[in-house]
Design a protein around this ligand. Structure first.
Ligand code: SF4
Ligand code: SF4
Length: 440
């Protein structure tokens, strides 16, 4: 089978066997739910409910007041307990609405199936996606309505659905492709309606033969949609790398996918579009993989947004051994969680629980200039040099050598025999330069 790919990258162990054959289980939250007003790239929402208010499933509780923002909806019915800053999975304090779940799941009126998108105008589809609070659910969390509204001079040729799921351990997109196949296709057809001349492509890595088979069967009669098989390689699912693999087009430095006629959407995002358009439901749930050698019964779960990570881990049987590290997301790009009482948010693809044995921190030693990090970097950067500029605060050189283009994929750190904290240092320097730019 011909497989498509990008240049460079790495081949970490998949570790997907923990959960790839575990069907999605629905879990209902028991305790209070926490809805951060920031679950997306952009400006936080403003809460539109207050302590004591009664809310229902699907009710908007956070209004997006800025252009780059996305509203937040309640995933349960109950009473607003508090509106206060709470710990966010990213480690910061974010203004959040806390709802005491009444366990009734009473829905707002009007959240009815409205059929397909064929009678809807482009403007109506975009507005429905915006109002449903849909963001990129692969972790980037960029508001989807903006991605789907490129400037008029950008001709879009390809809508690429990212079924690569290249991060080790993660299997939520894989299970969605197997279990919600038709919804993936219908969601993609809705997006294609916005771009009548574009071709839809679903890219899937070749370590997921079952997903390739079912998706190919589902699009067999669709003349505008094709499934493309990708080589299993990390970071195959990164936007620029996926575009290159599928179209051989290169997103220019500092450019966007639309500059080369492409828009990339995550699998679960496309399903969220289907739910918003066909079923009238805002983004209130997502699929979360709970995995790792420290968890008792690893699995894939359909989780209401706002549910605490502690409850989701309990649904997977809790820990079988004391975890050394709990990560929100995958091992390469995820964020370490220091507290399990943080909520599942729109971008929470996984909770990875690793035993102490798996998380031994190896000591950094001096760079031996083996160049393995350069050979691995999919962005053609020189991680060893960027690491040096980051450590010595040589910001001008860091910028000159394109440090701001690092996508923090972790490939350089993974291959470094000296165990240098390359990604961490580059990431920290990027943050500080961007923060300083914002200030000035
Ligand atoms: S991989 Fe590590 S040791 Fe090798 S050149 Fe890069 S930083 Fe140096
Ligand atoms: S420098 Fe950045 S983009 Fe390149 S391998 Fe390291 S983390 Fe990935």
């Amino acid at each position: 089978m011909k497989t498509l790919s990008f240049n460079k990258g790495i081949h970490p162990k998949h570790h997907k066997a923990y959960t790839e054959n575990q069907p999605i289980q629905i879990i209902k939250p028991k305790g209070d739910l926490v809805f951060p007003m920031l679950q997306h790239i952009g400006a936080p929402c403003e809460p539109i409910v207050k302590k004591g208010d009664t809310v229902r499933v699907g009710q908007k509780i956070g209004e997006a007041k800025a252009f780059v923002s996305a509203p937040v909806h309640s995933s349960v019915s109950g009473t607003v307990k508090k509106v206060t800053p709470m710990l966010h999975p990213n480690g910061s304090q974010v203004l959040s609405v806390i709802i005491e779940n009444d366990g009734e799941y009473t829905e707002i009126e009007g959240m009815e199936p409205r059929g397909d998108s064929s009678s809807l105008s482009r403007e109506t589809i975009i507005e429905l996606i915006k109002e449903a609070g849909i963001v990129g659910m692969g972790g980037a969390c960029f508001p989807t309505f903006i991605k789907l509204s490129p400037p008029p001079d950008k001709k879009i040729d390809f809508i690429i659905v990212n079924g690569a799921e290249c991060e080790p351990y993660l299997t939520s997109d894989y299970r969605v492709m197997l279990e919600e196949t038709d919804r993936v296709v219908l969601g993609l057809k809705t997006v294609l309606k916005l771009f009548p001349k574009a071709q839809g492509i679903i890219g899937i890595e070749d370590n997921k033969p079952e997903a390739i088979k079912v998706m190919k069967a589902a699009v067999a009669k669709e003349d505008r949609i094709a499934v493309k098989v990708l080589k299993t390689k990390y970071p195959q699912g990164a936007e620029k790398q996926l575009i290159h693999a599928v179209t051989k087009r290169e997103v220019p430095s500092g450019g966007l996918p639309a500059d080369v006629g492409c828009i990339v959407q995550n699998i679960d995002t496309v399903v969220a579009i289907h739910r918003a358009i066909y079923r009238g439901r805002p983004l209130m749930r997502r699929i979360v993989t709970v995995t790792g050698d420290a968890v008792k019964n690893p699995g894939n779960f359909k989780v209401r947004i706002g549910t605490s990570c502690r409850e989701v881990i309990e649904a997977a049987g809790g820990f079988k051994t004391e975890p050394g590290k709990i990560i929100s997301g995958g091992p390469m790009m995820g964020i370490a969680l220091f507290d399990m009482d943080v909520p599942i948010i729109k971008g929470s693809s996984a909770i990875l629980c690793l035993s102490k044995k798996q998380t031994v921190i190896e000591k950094e030693s001096a760079c031996i200039r083996c160049r393995k990090c350069i050979q691995a970097c999919p962005m053609y950067l020189m991680p060893l040099e960027l690491n040096k500029y980051a450590i010595h605060n040589e910001d001008d050189f860091f910028v000159k050598f394109k440090g701001l283009e690092c996508m923090e994929c972790g490939s350089c750190s993974y291959v470094c025999p000296a165990k240098r904290h390359l990604t961490q240092s580059i990431k920290t320097k990027k943050r500080s330069i961007l923060a300083n730019r914002k200030k000035s």
